[in-house]
Every structure is written in structure tokens, then in C-alpha cells.
Design a protein around this ligand. Sequence first.
Ligand code: FAD
Length: 409
Amino acid sequence: MSDIIRRDPRAERIARNRLHPLHAALQTQQTQWMGPNGLVRKNPHAIAAGFIGPAGLKRIDRSGAQQGGSNKRQSSSAVVQLPLHVVEQPAFVIAVVPDMVGGRLSSHDKDLLGLAHQLAGKDGAVLAVVFGEHKEAAFDTAGVDRLLQLEGDEYSGYSPEQRVLALRAVENQYNPRHWLLPDSRTGGGELGRRLASSLGERPATRVWQVKDGKSTGRAGAGREDIARAAPRLLLAAAECAEPVSETRHEARAVKLSDPVARNLPRIEDLGSVAVDPAQIPMAESEFILSGGNGVKDWALFHRAAVALGATEGASRVAVDDGHMPRGRQVGATGTWVTARVYLAVGISGAIQHLQGIGACDKVVAINLDPGCDMIKRADMAVIGDAAAILQALIERVEAHRQGAKRDAA
Ligand SMILES: Cc1cc2nc3c(=O)[nH]c(=O)nc-3n(C[C@H](O)[C@H](O)[C@H](O)COP(=O)(O)OP(=O)(O)OC[C@H]3O[C@@H](n4cnc5c(N)ncnc54)[C@H](O)[C@@H]3O)c2cc1C
């Protein structure tokens, strides 16, 4: 028999998808093995040891205490320490300019850092350039080797001209092998194109893959791909690469040797304008309150959306039953959303619905059924009646706003 290892992509997909009916059959019973990079990999689903949590759900003990002979659970503060990847003298630099929406790395930014590491290999370092203040505490596990934070009023708000000046200073100091920016509407798309024109580079846009020195990007209204030799400047789409997950990086702070000149802006930022969340297209909304068959009081649901300042979404059943317009349907046959927070009320989590929320950062579920697939998918869950929880949410938000008004007065 030949030694060639044959892969079965379908079986691999099923093995990764814990909602697939054949998932269990394709799980290896091995609980621990050495991965190709020398890292120990664990399969938490094959671990028999676990305990029943306060909500009656089975919890897996990832601390390893239950598999090591001792039946005592270790404290939840025991954190897995990933191996530290240090690049003392980088041969070259890959520069990434994350969007940092809300001061944190978005999932799009993390995908980009994953791509940057593919391009950096062992000898290169990933340099993240961040404007203004941030709230991010996980640059190290996201894959940042060097962190350049550019602070100052001149970078606050919408300031693309000043930012391009700063990036030109980075170009002069580090001469990055590649520049990577998210091809997003929230910043990177425009900043990247401005930087390209300033550097005289022809960027690759909406890039979803970089392999063997070639970049492939979407074109023709999403119906065509353009493949070309990977240029220096890559404006990448979400999911262009797997985010870094197996290593920790230094995130060593660096500075520009020369101060960045201040330009006389031709654009004046007049500040943010309040918008009606109901008017925001769902695909662009950052915060979605989505209702399903478990919502019985739709007037309350609409009041909750207004109180929370959320854009409304719905499951197909809610739309079919006439509670919400067709344009609000989330899922495989509706809109694929990319919200930072997706709050699912009374939605069971059918696969067609979950497909539509795959790119959401945080999913919060409100449901009566603790075993439903939406609860399994959620980062946070509240088990209870939708109406009671929405009512309590509205009261909390209103009390919070009243308190803020009183403090301001
Ligand atoms: C080809 C095809 C395409 C599809 N495309 C889509 C799509 O794009 N989007 C989509 O959403 N669906 C789609 N569907 C339908 C999908 O399979 C599910 O039927 C649908 O998503 C279920 O909607 P639901 O979760 O709102 O309802 P249900 O499955 O009925 O779930 C209701 C949930 O509410 C909970 N609940 C009940 N009462 C309460 C209460 N008082 N408080 C809190 N929770 C409560 C229940 O526990 C349950 O989990 C598609 C189906 C097909 C066949």
C-alpha cells in the first residue's frame, strides 16, 4: 500500500462541526496527541471526565485535574500558557493596521494578524500600528510581535490624511515587506487605498487568500476572483486566514524614531451623528437583537430594540409568521451578519440560522431550552422566558440612563 496520506475534506468538515449528525462517529477516542508543530493537542469532546454545573449542564474540565488522578477541580484561574514566540532580530517586518473598532481587535483584525504570520514565517516580525487609545489586552495572543501605538489628538476621529502621514513614517523606518489592512468600511478600506496611492503601490483588494506568493481577491461584484503575484499592499477580507491560536507573542512596544509631521487637514471631522438603528442595513449593524418563534410579545421586542439601540433581526419562522419583514431574516437564505454582538431571543439555532451568524463576534442567547443549539453556539446564555427577560432588560437600561442623566445634572 502506498504511504501517501489521503485526506477526506468532507470527513474533516464533519469532524469539526459539532452540530452535524455524524460528528460523534468521526471523533477519535484519543484525548491527547502531539501535533505536527510539537504542540500537545487535546480533544475536549473525547474526555469522559467532567462535572455537572449549577445549571445542570455537563461541563468539561479543561484543567486536566480530573484526568490526572486527582479528583479535585483546579481553580478556574489556572490559565493555559501558550508557548512564547520571540523574534529578536527580525529579518523583515509585516505591517498590519487593524481597524480596532471600539478600541479592540475585531475578528477581521485577528484574521489579518493570522495572515501576517503566514507571511512572516519564522524570520519576520508582525508589527501592528494602532492609532489613539485602545482597550485591547490580548495583542500577544492575537500574534503581535511589535506594537506601535501612535497617540495624539491629530489621530482622533476621522483623520485619514494624518494617518497616512504616520504610515509613511512607518514605511521609512521599517520598510515592511507587506502592508496588510482590513478591506472594511470602518477604516481599513479607505485608509489602505489612500496609503497605496501615497506609496505609489497597486494594492490587491478584497483578498481572501494568499498562497505560494499569489494573492486572490474578489472582484466583479463578488462573482469573479483576481489572482496575481501578491503585491506589497494587501487589503484583505474577513476570514482571509485563520487567526493565531497556538502561540503567544511579545507585543513589544516600539516607537518611531522621528516625530510625525502634522499636516493641515483638508477634511474636518464634525463628529458622530446619531442614526436610527432600524435604518442600518443588518449586514452593517454592530449590534443586532434578533427574534424567533419563542418571542410571543412582539411589541415588547420592538420596545427592547429601541431601548438597547439595536438593529432588529429575525429567524425565518418569525418572518414566515408575518412578525417581521423578509428583509430582516438572518441566515442562509436571509442576510449573513457580522455584528459584534448578536442577541438571539427565542431562536433554537437551526443550522440555516447559525450559518448566517458565523462571523458575529459575541452571541448572547435567551431561551427556555438549555440544550438547544443556539445556547451551545452562544458565548453567554440566559435561560428563561423571553418576555420576562426583555422586560427586565428594558427596565435596567432605562434605570441606567436615568442614573447617567442624574449624574450629568
Ligand atoms: C432551505 C431552508 C433554508 C432556511 N433558511 C433559514 C434562514 O435563512 N434563517 C432561519 O432563521 N431559518 C432558516 N430556515 C428554517 C430553519 O430550519 C428553522 O426552522 C428556523 O430557523 C427556526 O426558527 P426559530 O428558531 O425561530 O423557531 P423554533 O425552531 O421553533 O425555535 C423556537 C425557540 O424558542 C424557544 N422558546 C419558546 N418559547 C420561549 C420563551 N417563552 N422564551 C424563550 N425562548 C422560548 C424554544 O426553546 C426554541 O428554542 C431554513 C430552512 C430551510 C429548509
